[in-house]
Design a binder for this molecule. Structure first.
Ligand code: IFM
Length: 748
């Protein structure tokens, strides 16, 4: 059994309710359930989400991932007193997420205001298989004297997305005095959800049911003999109209009842054992192991891989990864470049078929992207900056209101943050490099590459002898509407180059396209490093004044600078929200020297607040690649703390999916220096101080590799005997089963 790190919450604090609801979420890539307590607390935000289940509440709102009716809530009454950790006395408390099997576990002793002590244990998990199953268990022991237990639980459709109600209750029923079922339609009638729940209650318990005010509940009442543990189990089946086996109403209802009953019969313990088996396969195949003087490093990696499993919808190409995964309402559940650039590499090198699905998601939305390009006056495909289910642009028109001015700030990303187009092409190339999946290339990849390339070719403007890309927002969202953002130009160039290459290789020559593309490649302006090795972020960046960011850096992640300056003012200063040129160095490191990486890191980092969670990790990777391992480790650990740090509200509306994936990226592409974009597997190992071993698996063109780095040696092994060529610090090595190299660490 692989004992991955447990994520503890201790002690209980009402201030951290929502942070831990996000961190302690359970899920399986299809369903995500926030790790809320069974009993209610005023500020606690419950949440259950299904990947791809989006809806727009009304014309003034944006589409969002629907917060579905709640099934985990329980009102627990002990001798007539409602359990609340804010009343009575909390004698002992322990809550932990068991990443090794996906179970959220809580054990506490509570002394009620009347002075009676009870031991309470709650457990829950979302099954990895079947993907519709959720299991919960409550065990109560009266420690002092016999008592009475009352539990009310069921399906609570008063749940909203922060007040926005997406669902109409279509039907509620109780079957056989035992099973609850609620049928819900989105208010536009386009999607349906069917939730079925059933409790296994001890003999001697009595039960009644109620359906009132959108709550379908079972009320269970039973005696608690002194010192005897009493257990209640609850199983739920979450079905939606997105499911492959979705059926017309009555068949659907009975199918859900039958599926749930078959699982419930097995009982919580057996189902948990099955779930443990599935999670153990996952850990066996994907775990990154680090031997470090800092136990938090392994904990961060286990946390990241746990949540990566929860966020990637491996079952359905119509859904992708939301910016908060399925752990909260943040960013409305929309999909950003975070997926292709931060999350997809993990899928690609561990379960490539999942990376293929993420790209298929974009391919399925190609027509909408072509339409967006047309509407904006361009050719090819302009993918929406924020995407949900329809493939349309979902970026809200306005950001949150500024309560001092009463003004809403327009969000310009949908109009100008176009680098996403090249990011998708970049991921397409990476997928092909790592898999040589020719069928994908023929069916989807070439279309993605060509349409994205056509976009750039129409987007660039000829000024004199060169082509410029004007009026864009690069990754740094504090700098808007600039010309020749270096990141965008280099990535666009890479995009068009890849389109030409693969169209030629796949014999899909289109003479007119290739001629136009060659002209684009020859003339697109690619800003070069200056004498210090620094590349200008855009045409005007160097002419802007630098300002002291100390105060803002100390509050990074909070966007505190927006309280002191308007966006227009920030735009005129050398202030970065997040990695931009440094991001370019991360994605296309082979285009720049190690000295150039260091120079840009040194120049841009003091000007970067890291107000985006996508920033720190990338600085860490570039620092590692340029041999500055101590600095890299510092960035890495700070990036790990975005969700795992002490800040009580950092993750209230969901974990940061990209930052979570970047914990894996930092270890693998940073400290092991793994790259694959150019076609071969490259390593540039640079273990940081305090790390004596780093080991992780890689799937590469059908082979299963294990990579192991130690300070003085680098070991690669694989299970098949096919020769494979890899590059270590630039030197090619061909091996069959294993490769052991001494003294490989990059000293530059
Ligand atoms: O995609 C990011 C963007 O780069 C910075 N703001 C948040 C988005 C979602 O994570």
């Amino acid at each position: 059994m692989i004992q991955t790190q447990i994520l503890h919450e201790a002690p209980f604090s009402p201030h951290r309710l929502n942070k831990y609801a996000s961190l302690h979420a359970c899920g399986n890539g299809r369903i995500g359930i926030r790790g809320c307590h069974e009993e209610a607390y005023t500020d606690q935000q419950r949440g259950m989400f299904v990947a791809g289940f989006y809806h727009r509440a009304n014309a003034t709102e944006v589409t969002e991932l629907v917060n579905l009716p709640d099934i985990t809530g329980m009102r627990i009454e002990l001798d007539g007193e409602s359990l609340s950790l804010l009343s009575g006395t909390l004698v002992s408390y322990q809550r932990e997420l068991r990443t090794m099997n996906g179970e959220l576990y809580r054990e506490l002793v509570w002394q009620s205001p009347a002075g009676q002590r009870f031991r309470i244990e709650t457990r829950r998990f979302v099954a990895l298989s079947p993907l519709a199953l959720v299991a919960c268990r409550l065990t109560v022991t009266a420690l002092d004297a016999a008592a009475h237990l009352g539990v009310s639980t069921g399906i609570d459709a008063t749940q909203t997305n922060s007040g926005r109600q997406h669902l109409n209750e279509r039907s509620v029923r109780v079957f056989d005095q035992n099973v609850l079922q609620g049928g819900y339609d989105t208010t536009d009638g386009q999607q349906q959800a069917m939730i079925t729940s059933q409790c296994r209650i001890p003999s001697g318990a009595s039960s009644s049911f109620s359906a009132k005010n959108r709550r379908l509940l079972q009320h269970i009442s039973l005696p608690l003999p002194a010192g005897e543990a009493v257990t209640l189990e609850k199983f739920s089946w979450i079905a939606t109209s997105l499911d492959a086996d979705f059926l017309p109403e009555s068949d659907w209802s009975s199918r859900c009842l039958a599926s749930l009953s078959a699982c419930a019969q097995q009982g919580y313990g057996h189902l948990l054992m099955e779930n443990t088996r599935h999670w153990q396969h996952y850990w066996q195949d994907s775990r990154v192991c680090v031997t470090s003087d800092h136990p938090q490093d392994q904990r961060a990696l286990d946390f990241a891989l746990y949540h990566l499993k929860l966020m990637i919808p491996a079952h359905d190409a119509r859904a992708s990864v939301a910016a908060k995964g399925l752990t909260g309402e943040g960013y409305k559940g929309h999909v950003f470049w975070d997926t292709e650039i931060f999350i997809l590499p993990f899928a690609l090198l561990n379960a490539p078929e999942q990376a293929r699905k993420l790209l298929e998601y974009r391919y399925l939305n190609l027509t909408q992207a072509q339409e967006k390009a047309r509407r904006s006056g361009y050719q090819g495909a302009l993918f929406p900056w924020e995407c949900a289910f329809s493939g349309e642009e979902e970026t809200p028109e306005f950001a949150a209101i500024n309560i001092r001015t009463g003004q809403r700030q327009r969000v310009a990303s949908a109009m100008a943050e176009h680098h996403l187009v090249a990011d998708i092409a970049y991921a397409t190339v990476g997928y092909f490099q790592a898999t040589h999946d020719r069928e994908f290339m023929q069916q989807m990849g070439l279309a993605l590459l060509k349409e994205t390339a056509l976009f750039w070719m129409s987007r660039a403007q000829r000024r004199g002898d060169r082509l410029d890309i004007l009026n864009v927002i690069g990754p740094d969202e504090y700098t808007e509407h600039v010309d020749n953002n270096a990141f965008t130009n280099y990535m666009a160039h890479d995009n068009v180059q890849a389109a030409c290459r693969y169209l030629r290789e796949c014999d899909q020559q289109d003479a007119a396209f290739l001629a136009q593309a060659e002209d684009f490649l020859a003339h697109l302006y690619l800003p070069q490093p200056d004498e210090q090795g620094v590349i200008a972020q855009d045409d005007t960046f160097f002419s802007k004044p630098q300002c002291d960011l100390t105060a803002y850096k100390s509050q990074q992640g909070t966007q505190a600078i927006l309280l002191d300056y308007s966006r227009a003012e920030i735009n005129e200063m050398q202030v970065l929200k997040q990695a931009d040129v440094v991001m370019l160095m991360h994605l296309l490191p082979e285009k720049f020297t190690s000295g150039c990486l260091s120079a840009n890191l040194a120049f841009y980092e003091p000007r970067t607040i890291h107000d985006s969670s996508l920033s720190k990790s990338v600085h860490g990777i570039v620092a590692a690649r340029s041999g500055q391992t101590a600095q890299a480790l510092q960035f890495y650990r700070e990036a790990c703390r975005i969700d795992l740090g002490e800040e009580p509200h950092s993750s209230d509306d969901g974990i940061h999916a990209a930052a979570t994936a970047a914990i894996w990226l930092g270890a693998v592409t940073g400290f092991a220096g793994l790259t694959y974009q150019s076609g071969e597997l490259h390593f540039r190992p640079s273990l940081p101080p305090g790390w004596s071993r780093l080991q992780f698996p890689v799937r590469w063109r059908g082979a299963c590799l294990t990579v192991c780095l130690e300070p003085q040696q680098f070991i690669l092994s694989k299970t098949d005997a096919q020769p494979l060529t890899v590059r270590i610090n630039g030197t090619a090595h061909t091996f069959t089963e294993s490769l052991v190299l001494k003294g490989t660490h990059d000293e530059n």
